[in-house]
Design a binder for this molecule. Structure first.
Ligand code: PBG
Length: 338
């Protein structure tokens, strides 16, 4: 290095050398903007029927489906790690699935049973339930299928009944993931009419017609069932204005919180939604995102733990208030130094 080089660098930087703030660990910690804590994480839990059993999910290494007794223990583990809430997703037997997804209206369905069991054993963890029909339909769609069409208003009616059963079971927040028009307003009104003024709504506001959901469909057993695709109700991955219009309507209809899904490929939507609406905004780091990280790590191509933590921090930097992630337990354990 020559003095001449230093002169030139000083001249072009105007002496503003940004690396000064990156010199040591202590100074990097001091100027760090986004932070991540277990309170930012929501744990999805897959449920199966039966007792004292669990099944691995081939497409999601490290994630299992649990019977309710075991799922409650997982919820307790999450609570002890400081994770504020869990989100159950059921895999019900085929004979309980039909064209209209009517099992969602059964007060003893897998979701409702789980909610009651958690509220009994781990009363201080939040329970966020998805009032979607897809685990209960025999065609894998989030709505009622009629002559090849997902009929909007009939689907909303069914989703509303499901939301009511979940609220009666003790769910704290209803999170409909179906993208039917008008469902937020309809759920809000039904909850209020039934005296559930304090049950909140986390709207899957910007749910995209994404290929990143692949492994989830194995998890809840819709992989062999789904007919066609969900493009007539989920948002086109090319669009962001559509997501903003959805947010506007969901807020007007009574949503308490908004969600963007998938997560990592849609951080621009998270950011826009946060800036334009100032609502609590959550992101769902979905199954395909989880599996990409885990399988690349298992092959030794990336450092899985570091990529996991970096991806979660990126959601916070983008403006998310929290992240639904299958990595929640592992990430919280890492933060606790376990
Ligand atoms: C549908 C639903 C989906 C997911 C959760 N609920 C999408 C779908 O199957 O089309 C995906 C979650 C994930 O991929 O982790 N209501």
């Amino acid at each position: 290095m020559t003095d001449r080089t230093t002169e030139i660098v000083d001249a072009v930087t105007g002496s503003r050398r940004l690396r000064r703030n990156r010199r040591f660990d202590w100074i990097r910690r001091m100027v760090q903007e986004a932070t991540l804590s277990p309170a930012d994480l929501i744990l999805p839990i897959f449920l199966i029927e039966g007792t004292d059993n669990e099944e691995t999910i081939a497409a999601m290494p490290g994630v299992s489906r649990y019977t309710i007794d075991r799922a409650v223990k997982v919820a307790k583990q999450a609570f002890d790690l400081g994770i504020p809430a869990v989100a159950p997703f059921p895999n019900v037997s085929l004979e309980k699935r039909n064209r209209t997804g009517s099992e969602i209206t059964n007060p003893d369905n897998l979701i409702c049973q789980f909610v009651r069991a958690v509220k009994m054993s781990v009363p201080d963890i939040g329970v966020i339930t998805d009032a979607a029909l897809d685990p209960f339909t025999d065609h894998g769609h989030d709505g009622v299928l009629e002559n090849g069409i997902i009929v909007n208003d009939e689907s909303v009616a069914q989703i509303v009944l499901g939301a009511l059963r979940q609220a009666e079971a003790g769910a704290d927040i209803i999170a409909p993931s179906d993208m039917m028009d008008g469902r937020i307003g309809a759920i809000r009104q039904a909850l209020d009419d039934a005296g559930f003024q304090n049950v909140g709504i986390l709207s899957y506001t910007a749910k995209y017609a994404s290929a990143f959901y692949g492994p989830y469909r194995e998890a809840i057993g819709t992989d062999g069932l789904l007919q066609g695709d969900k493009k007539t109700y989920y948002i086109d991955p090319a669009n962001s204005e559509d997501a903003m219009r959805e947010a506007e309507l969901d807020i007007a209809e009574g949503a308490d919180m908004l969600m963007v899904k998938p997560g990592m490929p849609y951080l621009d939507i998270v950011r826009r939604m946060k800036v334009e609406f100032g609502m609590p905004v959550f992101a769902y780091q979905v199954s395909g995102e989880y599996t990409m990280i885990e399988t690349a790590a298992a092959n030794g191509y990336i450092d899985g733990d570091r990529v996991m933590m970096e991806s979660l921090l990126a959601f916070k930097r983008a403006g998310a208030d929290g992240i639904l992630t299958y990595h929640a337990l592992k990430a919280a354990q890492k933060m606790a130094g376990e």
